[in-house]
Every structure is written in C-alpha cells, then in structure tokens.
Design a binder for this molecule. Sequence first.
Ligand SMILES: [Zn+2]
Length: 154
Amino acid sequence: MRFPPCGLQQVLLTYGDPRGFHDNQALWEETILRYLSVPPGMFLWLGQSVRTIRVHNLAAPSFGQVVHTLAHNGVSGIEYGGTYNFRLNRNNPNQLSTHTWGIAIDLNPTKCPNGSNPNFQDVRLIAAFREAQFVWGGTWAHPDPMHFQLAEGI
Ligand SMILES: [Zn+2]
C-alpha cells in the first residue's frame, strides 16, 4: 500500500479505525499514539516551549524528519496549534478530522487560520513538511494553511 495513504479507506487500513472509540478515547490513544520530543523553542504554545508532540506510531518517523529538518535550518519560535485531537473535521462535519489519528499538525494558527490566505505561512515549514510527504492544507480549495497532514484526499 502506498504511503502516505490516500482517501478514507486507505487511512482506516493504514492508521486504524477510531470510529468505535468515541467512548473510550484513552484506549485509542494508548493503541496508536506516541510522544515525540521537540527541541526547546521550536514550537511555542501560549509562549511556552512545547517539549513533546503526540502523534501516530506510523507517522512518528515522518514528524521526526520534519523536526530534524527544521532544527537543521535553525527554525524556532513557531506558534503551535496541536497535533492529536479526537474531533470532527471543521470543514466537513460528517468526517473525522485527521487530527483524530495523530497524523496532522497545526502551526502558526493565529497568522494562518483555517480559511485564510495561504501566502502567510512560513515557507520553511511548507518545504520541510513537503519533503517528508505531508500534504499542506494551504493547497486546498478551502485553504487551511496552518494544517499539515500525512494523508491525501481526506
Ligand atoms: Zn489541522
């Protein structure tokens, strides 16, 4: 199967099916997620350094590659908006958000909110995530420029 997966069926097959876990999210989290360390100062949450991000086991190497690239390029002070979050897709409430699988991250949410002009996102982030095969929400018909995910067509 191709990686990253394309479409809901491939995402479910690759990353697991969260739909039975609405009432037991702790079990879902234990099953699929791990913590990944982030260098101090790279991502900031309310002005504080984010020490770890919580991502899918299978997405962790790709997130790690991005973090390594950003560190190598001296990128720091990026506003963090979250990774794992068991919730519906804000642009399509009939679907789960890719954040539910821990395969998505939001960065610079204040400057680049859902629905905003993609031109304001940091090009160093766009390049680093693209290199690691993430899809950038800034390319979508309804742009979500803070959003990067390790899946296509969903
Ligand atoms: Zn997002």
